[in-house]
Design a protein around this ligand. Structure first.
Ligand code: FAD
Length: 300
């Protein structure tokens, strides 16, 4: 980091900077090296931090809960900006719930449930923040963010706070406008929900969570599904049919429980994970003709 950037960041109230943060503590696979981590403690500090980094032309990466991010073994040569302590407030207003980008998606689901608001049950159990969920158009069990999202407030590439309606954000399967506009930062989202019964909603959330516990290798670090669903099939089905369950590189393994998950069985490095991903892609392509595409984001 340039000395001038450090000085400018130093001048921001409510900003903590860890000069040698451990990325393995902040990302899904629990792998990765070191990086400068900026941890704004307020929305204003997040905006100021990003604006300083842009002005100083410092490479940076916005990290929510890190549940879908693979960090590299040799760390990151830019500044990682963590949102989770900056914007985590959640408010309900009628049938709408507004949540800061750093709020946990699980907490948003719980809030909706306690307010008797239905629509977000599918998302209970998707690890991560609201910002990450919007960026990825996260989804599960027949639902996705785009079904419930009304609008998103973000910092645009000129440093201005802008609001866009969800229908203008090109949301489709695990994709959003933000993925093509990585110089933007999601600040908050509004979810438009329906009236429901808290007990029924709670029951559905519990069922959803139980399905995850039953089907997914939650006892090991991972980023969830490693690959996107290819058209006409399922990544886990293809990987299973190619006999790749249990395939291992170092500490990285194709989960025996769910072939769509690459897991850290213990002691995996990011290089192990990357090599395993390459081998899976190669074998699936050779044996089925399908070209798998990663759902994981890379911090590099
Ligand atoms: C066990 C497990 C199960 C999972 N199951 C599912 C599932 O069922 N469905 C599903 O869709 N996903 C699933 N995932 C993946 C992951 O939970 C989602 O992608 C989630 O939405 C990521 O949120 P996050 O806050 O952790 O984002 P991160 O991993 O921190 O970031 C993901 C991407 O979003 C960007 N980003 C994050 N916040 C912002 C922001 N405020 N502004 C701009 N960009 C931002 C990051 O730069 C990065 O490119 C699973 C992961 C695990 C570990």
């Amino acid at each position: 980091m340039k000395r001038r950037t450090a000085e400018l960041l130093n001048g921001i109230t409510d900003l903590r900077v860890d000069e040698s943060g451990d990325l393995s503590l902040l990302t899904g696979f629990r792998t990765g090296g070191r990086a400068v981590i900026a941890v704004p403690q307020s929305r204003q500090a997040l905006i100021e931090t990003v604006n300083v980094l842009r002005k100083q032309e410092e490479k940076h990466f916005i990290l929510g809960n890190g549940s879908n991010v693979l960090a590299m073994d040799d760390g990151y040569d830019g500044i990682v900006v963590l949102t989770r302590e900056a914007c985590s407030q959640i408010e309900a207003d009628g049938t709408r719930v507004r949540a800061g980008a750093g709020a946990s998606l699980a907490d948003v689901c719980r809030k909706a449930c306690s307010e008797g608001l239905t629509g977000l049950e599918f998302a209970f159990g998707i690890p991560g923040s609201v910002g990450g969920a919007v960026f990825m158009n996260a989804g599960a069990y027949g639902g996705e963010m785009k079904d419930v999202l009304a609008e998103v407030e973000y910092l645009d590439s000129d440093g201005q706070v802008t609001v866009s309606r969800a229908e203008d954000l090109e949301m489709s399967y695990r994709s959003s406008w933000f993925q093509d506009n990585r110089d933007t930062v999601i600040l908050s989202a509004v979810f438009a929900l329906g009236c429901g019964d808290s007990e029924v909603i709670r029951g559905t959330m519990r069922e959803t969570m139980n399905k995850r516990i039953e089907k997914q290798p939650l006892e090991y670090p991972s980023c969830g599904s490693t690959f996107k669903r290819p058209q006409g099939s399922y990544a886990s089905k293809l990987i299973d049919e190619c006999g790749l369950k249990g395939m291992t590189v170092g500490g990285a393994q194709v989960s025996e429980k769910h072939a769509g998950f690459v897991i850290n069985r213990g002691g995996a490095t990011s290089s192990d994970i990357l090599e395993l991903i390459d081998r899976i892609k190669e074998r699936v392509s050779e044996m089925t003709g399908y070209e798998l595409e990663c759902e994981i984001e890379f911090l590099d």
